[in-house]
Design a protein around this ligand. Structure first.
Ligand code: SF4
Ligand code: SF4
Length: 504
């Protein structure tokens, strides 16, 4: 069938710069470039281009330009190019449209409608270069009250404390599985977490055995509906366990890693046969109520001698506050809330773009509800899904989170250009692929260095913002919405976010 689709990108070569070195032919995994028969010229088929920009970055002569295709249908603000292209694709393929990464639709970005406070005159600001500034964060259940006994000069804590995790910055790496990610990308996240004093999450694909001893102590191991790779050794080697109920990019549905990506090592890690599709069901088939969830939480605690905090991850959906309240009562130590901008290796486009709510509103609603019910101290909250910069981190924490997960931002640090083709396994940057020739493009040590640099840069910026507000510890900012003001927001939006408008 002849395709009726217009190209997405156009590739231009600056003839006066190009010396026909052929780097572009090697770098493009999409077959855009090819040699002519006598290898004297390079042919370009720009209709195959996905806009990953790999060739542009690696062209030694800076001879390439890749830009959106400028031809389009007749302009129509209702039947946009995207709508028309999606219909045409489905008419040609007859299936669900898949995409990678988080939703790119132009919904309002609430982070961009919230401004931070700064101290002036009274309550002076703090200079983080000269005064101590604490970003260390404790994650886990806190006691209702602390009983202490003072003996001579010693203070003894009598209350039995729940296990807590300590991270040096309130930024953790979100669950991204080995399988969706290449081993090198997965390893880079683990190495960076270890070096910086934070944690990474395995996602639902398990933790390879050769990484357990070194990186288990900085891993949050996931137990998702497919239960891939879950056994007592996996649970016990980790810092914490995360039960994944849902994720922001595809709330309410399961996952699918195609058989072509299930290599020998991935099959061993996930404990499934090589080359078979790894299908995780939409629900956990043993969880149909909060009581069932409580049973799984306590089964995991029992299996790990009550030494590991148990996280529960849910997508931000309409009644997220009530769901979160139930999860705390079920015994979770940390709740992860994943907003609708949350990324993915593969999701049906319709789910990614039309289901869920923004993380800013979900965090504010959950924090408010748990405070009203007097149970906020019983769990920590991690905001996830679309955290783009240090200001988003600070705003998420002031809205009520204890810490954030970053996923997409971490992948961008590794080289990702948001081409959204992760589900094809042909990631030109070696991040979302199991093709050994593509995966080796990402050096895990260099990747870890980029990630550590990103964490350091954001942490320094967070210290600046805290100092400006006259706060010297990130924990003092949690849920402190007096430091936030809304701009360009309606009354109902300010009410849900629990913040005043600018000037009030
Ligand atoms: S490497 Fe990426 S940007 Fe360059 S031609 Fe191929 S698909 Fe397009
Ligand atoms: S991870 Fe790779 S395939 Fe996915 S969006 Fe980024 S560059 Fe594209």
């Amino acid at each position: 069938m002849k395709s009726h689709l217009l190209p997405d990108f156009i590739v231009e070569r600056l003839e006066d710069r190009c010396n026909k070195c052929g780097v572009c032919v090697k770098q493009c995994p999409w077959g855009v470039y090819s040699w002519n028969d006598d290898k004297t010229d390079i042919l370009i088929d720009y209709t195959k281009c996905v806009g990953c920009q790999r060739c542009v970055v690696y062209c030694p002569n800076k001879a390439l330009i890749v830009r959106p295709y400028y031809g389009s249908y007749r302009p129509n603000s209702y039947w946009t190019k995207e709508v028309i292209s999606d219909i045409k694709k489905q008419a040609e393929q007859g299936g669900i449209l898949l995409v990678g990464t988080g939703s790119d639709r132009p919904y309002k970005v609430y982070f961009d409608h919230i401004l931070l406070n700064a101290s002036q005159v009274t309550n002076p600001s703090i200079d983080p270069l000269r005064e101590p500034m604490e970003l260390r964060t404790f994650l886990g259940r806190k006691p209702d009250q602390l009983e202490i006994e003072i003996k001579d000069d010693d203070i003894e804590i009598k209350t039995e404390l729940h296990p807590n995790l300590v991270v040096e910055t309130p930024i953790l790496f979100a669950g991204m599985s080995y399988g969706a990610l290449s081993k090198n990308a997965f390893l880079a996240l683990a190495m960076a977490a270890k070096e910086f004093g934070t944690l990474f999450c395995t996602g639902e694909g398990g933790l390879p055995k050769d990484m357990r001893e070194e990186y288990g102590p900085v891993a949050i191991v996931q137990c998702a509906s497919g239960r891939f790779g879950v056994d007592p050794e996996y649970l016990n080697c980790a810092a914490a366990i995360e039960i994944k109920i849902g994720q922001g990019a595809k709330p309410g549905i399961g996952g699918h890693l195609p058989g072509e990506k299930v290599t020998a090592e991935i099959s061993a890690t996930r404990m499934i046969p090589e080359g078979t599709d790894a299908l995780s069901p939409a629900p956990h088939h043993d969880i149909y109520s909060i009581e069932d969830l409580a049973m799984l939480i306590y089964a995991l605690k029992e299996a790990t001698n009550y030494e590991k905090p148990v996280f529960v991850k849910i997508a931000a959906v309409h009644n997220v506050a009530a769901i979160a309240s139930g999860i705390v009562r079920a015994g979770a130590d940390v709740i992860v809330i994943d907003g609708f901008r949350g990324g993915t290796g593969a999701s049906p486009k319709v789910m990614r773009d039309h289901v869920g709510i923004p993380i800013e509103m979900a965090i504010a609603a959950v924090d408010q509800r748990l405070r009203e019910e007097g149970i906020r101290h019983k769990c920590s909250i991690i905001a996830s899904g679309g955290i783009r910069c240090s200001a988003d981190v600070v705003k998420a924490i002031a809205l009520g989170a204890d810490a954030v997960y970053i996923g997409t931002a971490a992948l961008i640090a590794l080289g990702c250009t948001m081409c959204q083709k992760c589900y094809t396994g042909k990631c030109a940057w070696g991040i979302c692929t199991q093709d050994p020739n593509l995966a080796k493009r990402l050096n895990p040590k260099e990747g870890a260095k980029r990630l550590v640099n990103l964490l350091r840069a954001w942490s320094l910026e967070i210290k600046d913002m805290l100092g400006g507000m006259g706060i010297n510890a990130i924990e003092s900012l949690r849920g402190n919405r007096e430091h936030l003001r809304g701009i360009g927001l309606e009354e109902w939006e300010l009410r849900v976010l629990g913040i005043k408008g600018a000037g009030e």
